[in-house]
Structure formats: structure tokens, C-alpha cells
Ligand binder design. Structure first.
Ligand code: SAM
Length: 282
């Protein structure tokens, strides 16, 4: 994670186990039941990064698949393909990539798709962008599965799993959530508001929509909590200080307090996300 608009492969790799553990199984059965029998099944992954969504979803689709991974970062797309060559995520799968800026909303690549998917993507886009996508998917009657949209909740936990509060948690969270709404090149970003806007807009376009929580649950003391927690604290601090530069010193002190407890294994974390399944009208 970074406060600018680049996504480092090491950040995406670090978050991948937490992302995969968070994804709700409950949306899988209705997804599989709604997908057409096409062979191969044509899947499009928006903002695919280095392929985390592919690695979670492809083994669960139980059929021959052709994936199109779309991202503006060619290095991430290349990493996704290399990993898939080395360790194919499903038995019968073809993977193609498209390096493009998704700010262009002609969405011509949607043609022929059976399933459009994305993970950790919608906080970056505007409500208008979702409107364009929802309209295009509704017209083409495409099933959609959108995973891991942050909902703006994060909470620190103590070793017993109870809430661990710091006087500046809420202040920093508010600064960070405001920073997330800055334009990232895809219109005024929804940030955490995407979690509510996405199902609402899809439903308005006639989709039958199901949402499930997909929060990261990171217990105090575990090595993944320490590693991910450190990166999160750095990202939250950097973004919050950019949002409230006159409070940078207060935010740095908050980061130091939280970091000290995290390093001692006394701090766990919950970070809220939602998954959304949208089925086109019958
Ligand atoms: C938070 S990462 C998520 C990556 C991946 N879906 C995952 O779950 O690990 C967001 C991705 O969106 C891509 N991205 C950001 N803005 C974009 C744009 N305007 N057009 C295409 N891709 C973009 C980034 O390069 C990055 O790979």
C-alpha cells in the first residue's frame, strides 16, 4: 500500500493470504449456479494486479476457463502470468492480459464475457465509473463478483480479542478515509463509500445483489499480523499526514504508539471489507 497510486507487488503479496482467508464461501454456490455453461468460461478481472483474485477464484470455478487480466501496470501483469505458468491456478485455463487505463469507459473488452470480477478495486473508482460498468454488464447480462471492497472500518484488538483503543485512532482513520476519496485517475474516488455504493448501483441496474462481509481478522502476536500491520500503519500514517499536514507530528506519534504494541505482539487488527455478487435479471 502507498499513499500514491502505485501498488507494489510486495504489498499485494503480503495481503494475499489475508485476502484469501477473508473471502466468503457463501457467495460461491449462487455464483456457480448462475454462470452459463460456456466452455471455456470467459472471465475478466479488473485491476488484476499480480493475479491474487485469479489464484483464489480460478480453482473454485470447476470448469475450463479463459481469463483476461486487465491492469495499467505491465510489471504486475507479467508477474501474474509468470506465477500462473509456474503454478497454474486451475487445470484447464488460458490467461491473457490487457495493459490499459481503466479510466477509459468504453469497456469494449467486456464483449463475450461470462463473468466480470475484481478484488480490492472499487475504492479507487467514482460512482460514475460504477454506473458505466453496471450499465454495460446489465446490457450484456454478465454475472459480476466483486471482492474485498474496503468499508472504512478498522479496529485494533488486544490479545484477548477485545477492542484496544488509542485516543487518536478515530482521528487518523477519518484522515485516511478522507485521503482515500482523492481522485486516483478514475474520477472522484469513492474510497470506503464504495462498499455501500457498489451494491446500490448494481441493484438500480436490475441486478439481484448479495453482499457478505470479507473482513481481515488478524490476531495479536501472529507473524502475518505483525508484517501486514506494519505496512498498514505506514500507509495509514503517510496518507493521514498528507490529508492533515499540520497534524503530521501527532499522526507520527500515533503510528509509533501503535507500532510499539504491534511489535510486542499485543495488537491485533480487524479491517472491514465486503464482497458483492450481482446476478443479471432473468
Ligand atoms: C489494490 S490493487 C488490487 C490488485 C489485485 N486485484 C489484488 O487483489 O491483489 C489495485 C490494482 O489496480 C490497478 N489500477 C489502478 N488504477 C488503474 C487504472 N486506472 N487502470 C487500470 N488499472 C489500475 C493497480 O495497478 C493495481 O494492480
Amino acid at each position: 500500500m502507498s499513499a500514491d497510486h502505485e501498488f507494489a507487488a510486495d504489498w499485494l503479496s503480503l495481503r494475499e493470504p489475508a485476502d484469501h482467508a477473508a473471502r466468503p464461501q457463501a457467495l460461491l454456490d449462487p455464483l456457480l449456479a448462475a454462470l452459463p455453461d460456456s466452455s471455456p468460461l470467459n472471465v475478466i478481472d479488473l485491476g488484476a494486479g499480480h493475479g491474487s483474485n485469479l489464484r483464489w477464484l480460478a480453482p473454485r470455478l470447476q470448469r475450463t476457463q479463459r481469463w483476461l487480466l486487465i491492469d495499467r501496470d505491465p510489471r504486475l501483469l507479467q508477474a501474474a502470468c509468470e506465477q500462473a505458468r509456474h503454478d497454474p491456478p486451475a487445470r484447464a485455463i488460458e490467461i491473457e492480459t490487457l495493459q490499459t487505463d481503466l479510466a477509459r469507459t468504453d469497456f469494449s473488452w467486456l464483449s463475450g464475457a461470462d463473468l466480470v470480477t475484481a478484488s480490492a478495486w472499487f475504492d479507487l473508482v467514482s460512482a460514475d465509473w460504477i454506473e458505466h460498468l453496471a450499465k454495460a454488464c446489465a446490457n450484456a447480462r454478465i454475472v459480476a463478483l466483486f471482492a474485498l471492497s474496503v468499508d472504512g472500518r478498522w479496529q485494533f484488538l488486544d490479545t484477548a480479542g477485545d477492542i484496544d483503543s488509542d485516543r487518536d485512532d478515530e482521528f487518523v482513520r477519518n484522515c485516511f478515509n478522507a485521503h482515500q476519496r482523492r481522485n486516483k485517475g478514475l474520477g472522484d474516488a469513492l474510497g470506503a463509500q464504495a462498499a455501500a455504493a457498489l451494491p446500490r448501483i448494481l441493484a438500480a441496474h436490475g441486478f439481484s445483489v448479495m453482499t457478505r462481509a470479507s473482513e481481515w481478522s488478524l490476531p495479536a502476536g501472529e507473524s502475518m499480523t505483525r508484517a501486514l500491520g506494519r505496512m498498514l500503519l505506514e500507509g495509514w500514517q503517510q496518507a493521514a499526514a498528507e490529508q492533515a499536514p499540520d497534524q503530521a507530528e501527532r499522526i507520527r506519534r500515533w503510528r509509533d504508539r501503535r507500532r510499539a504494541r504491534l511489535d510486542l505482539g499485543r495488537l491485533g487488527l480487524v479491517v472491514g471489507h465486503v464482497d458483492v455478487l450481482a446476478l443479471p435479471a432473468a
